[in-house]
Ligand binder design. Structure first.
Ligand SMILES: [Zn+2]
Length: 504
C-alpha cells in the first residue's frame, strides 16, 4: 500500500491484516486478476487502463457539506474499485457530517482513505492539497470535480467532468459557464440517493475516459430529477433544478431486503448515509468473494480474505447504526413461504435465483422494489404497488434478454439452475441502488408516490442520452397482477404501512 499525504493516515488494515493480504496475494497483479474478472469481461484488458492517474477534486468551499461528502465518498470508493492511482485533491479537509462518522473516521479525508485502502490494499491512493498537471507517466490525470464549486470556480477543460446534487436532482456537467450556479449554491441538501447517484455517474465518467470511450460517449451535462423521473440534458440543465424538501431520516419500519449482493449491499452503503430506524430482515445465500470487491462500495479486502456470508457482513456494517437487523442465510426458495407470512411494509427483492421474481406476486407481498443491472451499461429500478401497479412476474425479463423485457404474460421459462457469470461494471450496482433508495424514500413521502414512474432505467453505453421513466399499471391477463388484487392479499402484504397506496 502506498499512501502519501500531508497528514498522518491510519490504514484500516492492521499489520496482521496486511500480512494476511500479502500472504494471500503475493503480487498486486494477482489481486487485480482475481478481483477484476467481471469487469474485464466487459471492457477487455482493464490493467492497461487502470494505471491512468485519476484526480477527484472536492470543492474546498463545500467540503463540510453533507451532500458533497456523500458524493465524494461514493466516487472515491467506487473509483478505487478499478483505478490503481487515485489522488483526492482536498484543499480544505473538513469534519465529517455527524451521520457519516463511522469506523473511527472523524474527518472526510479519514473516511475517504480508509474506504479506498480497504477496497484495494495495493492501490496507490493519496490525499493532497493540490492536483498535478502531469502524472508521472507524462499524461494529464483524469479529473472529476465534486460539489458546486461556486465559491472557487475552476476552469474546466473539455475533458473534465463535474458532479453535484441538489434536492432530488443528480447533476453532471461537462463544460459550462461558471457563475450561473447560484440556484445550486442556495439549494437544499440533496437526498442521500441523489448524491449517491451523482457519485456513481461521476465514477462512470472517469471509467469511460480511462477505458478510451470516444468523447461523444462520455457523460453529458445533465440534471436528473429522481423525484419525477425527468432528465434534462440541455446546456442550462443545472439552472432548472427545482426545490423539493428531502427526507433526512430513513425509517425501515419492517422491511425485507432479499439479496445483499452488489445492489443490496450498495443500497445499505447509501442508506447508511442517513440516520436509520426500524427493522431490516436480510436474506442471502452467498459468501463474499473477491470478485464482489469490484462493484460494491461496502465489501472490503478483509471480507475477501475471511469470506463471511454477505448477510453477516452487512449486518455487521449496520451495527450501532439505529436499525434492528435480522439475518437469514439461504436461498429464497427455502425462506419465501415463511417470509410471506410476516407483516412486512416493503420487500426489496433483489434475488432472482430460480426465477424468484416470477413467484413473488403469488406470495401476496407488500410493496416490492427491485433494482437491476445489465451485462452492458444499463441499470434500473422497479416499484410494484399491489393492485395499482404491474407485478414482478409481468416485468420479468425473458431468460435470454436483459431486464427490460416485455410483459411475459405469466409465461416464464425457468430451469436455469445457476446464473451465468455476467460482466459487471463497478458503478452500475450503486447507480441501481440509488434508484431503489429513491423509490423507498418516495414511499415515505405520501400518496404522491403512487403516480410517480415505477419503471426507471438508463443505459450509459453512449453517455446518458435518455432516461426511460414509465408508470406501468397491472397487466391485463397477468396471473401475478390478478393474485395481488385478491381478497387474500389483505391478510398478507396488505398489512404493511404502505398498504393504503393499493386502494384507489
Ligand atoms: Zn403482473
Amino acid at each position: 500500500m502506498h499512501v502519501h499525504s500531508e497528514q498522518a493516515i491510519t490504514s484500516p488494515l492492521t499489520p496482521a491484516d496486511r500480512l494476511r493480504v500479502a500472504d494471500r496475494w503475493r503480487t498486486a497483479e494477482s489481486f487485480y486478476r482475481e478481483r477484476d474478472d467481471r469487469t474485464t469481461r466487459n471492457v477487455g484488458d482493464l490493467a492497461t487502463h487502470a494505471y491512468r492517474a485519476v484526480e477527484i477534486h472536492v470543492d474546498p468551499g463545500a467540503a463540510a457539506n453533507l451532500t458533497v461528502q456523500r458524493m465524494a465518498l461514493t466516487v472515491a470508493n467506487l473509483t478505487a474499485r478499478w483505478a490503481r492511482r487515485v489522488r483526492i485533491v482536498l484543499a480544505a479537509d473538513a469534519p465529517l457530517a455527524p451521520i457519516l462518522r463511522r469506523d473511527g473516521a472523524a474527518c472526510l479525508s479519514d473516511r475517504l482513505i480508509r474506504e479506498m485502502c480497504a477496497a484495494d490494499p495495493f492501490g496507490e491512493f493519496n490525499i493532497a492539497v493540490t492536483g498535478t498537471s502531469v502524472a508521472n507517466d507524462g499524461r494529464a490525470p483524469l479529473r472529476l470535480f465534486v460539489g458546486p464549486w461556486t465559491l472557487h470556480p475552476q476552469a474546466l477543460s473539455s475533458e473534465d467532468y463535474q458532479v453535484h446534487a441538489s434536492s432530488w436532482t443528480a447533476l453532471g456537467r461537462r463544460t459550462g459557464t461558471q457563475g450561473r450556479l447560484l440556484g445550486i449554491m442556495n439549494g437544499a441538501e440533496a437526498t442521500a440517493a441523489a448524491a449517491g447517484l451523482a457519485g456513481a455517474l461521476g465514477a462512470a465518467d472517469l471509467f469511460k475516459r480511462a477505458v478510451g470511450h470516444v468523447h461523444a460517449n462520455w457523460m453529458p451535462t445533465f440534471a436528473w430529477d429522481t423525484w419525477a423521473g425527468i432528465l434534462d440534458t440541455s446546456p442550462m440543465a443545472w439552472s432548472t433544478v427545482g426545490h423539493r424538501s428531502v427526507p433526512e431520516h430513513l425509517d425501515f419500519g419492517e422491511t425485507l431486503l432479499a439479496g445483499v449482493g452488489a445492489i443490496g449491499s450498495a443500497f445499505i452503503y447509501l442508506a447508511d448515509f442517513m440516520p436509520l430506524s426500524g427493522a431490516l430482515t436480510l436474506l442471502d445465500r452467498d459468501a463474499i468473494e473477491i470478485t464482489n470487491l469490484n462493484r460494491t462500495p461496502l465489501f472490503t479486502v478483509m471480507h475477501a480474505l475471511d469470506e463471511p456470508k454477505k448477510t453477516g457482513a452487512v449486518a455487521a456494517y449496520l451495527t450501532g447504526r439505529g436499525v434492528k437487523v435480522e439475518s437469514l442465510t439461504g436461498p429464497w426458495r427455502e425462506h419465501a413461504a415463511a417470509l410471506a407470512e410476516r407483516p412486512f411494509d416493503a420487500w426489496i427483492s433483489l434475488i432472482n435465483e430460480d426465477g424468484a421474481w416470477a413467484e413473488v406476486p403469488f406470495q401476496l407481498p407488500p410493496v416490492v422494489l427491485h433494482g437491476t443491472t445489465t451485462s452492458g451499461w444499463g441499470f434500473g429500478m422497479g416499484r410494484h404497488i399491489p393492485g395499482r401497479e404491474d407485478c414482478t412476474l409481468c416485468r420479468l425479463p425473458r431468460p435470454a434478454t436483459e431486464f427490460r423485457g416485455p410483459c411475459a404474460q405469466g409465461e416464464i421459462a425457468l430451469g436455469v439452475d445457476r446464473e451465468p457469470v455476467r460482466a459487471s461494471l463497478p458503478f452500475l450496482s450503486t447507480a441501481a441502488a440509488a434508484l431503489v433508495l429513491t423509490a423507498y424514500l418516495q414511499l415515505g413521502e405520501g400518496s404522491a408516490a403512487v403516480s410517480l414512474p415505477n419503471d426507471v432505467s438508463a443505459d450509459l453505453g453512449s453517455g446518458l442520452p435518455a432516461l426511460i421513466a414509465l408508470h406501468r399499471g397491472p397487466s391485463v391477463g397477468c396471473r401475478g397482477c390478478h393474485a395481488q388484487s385478491s381478497v387474500a392479499w389483505h391478510s398478507r402484504g396488505g398489512r404493511g404501512r404502505f398498504a393504503h397506496y393499493s386502494t384507489p
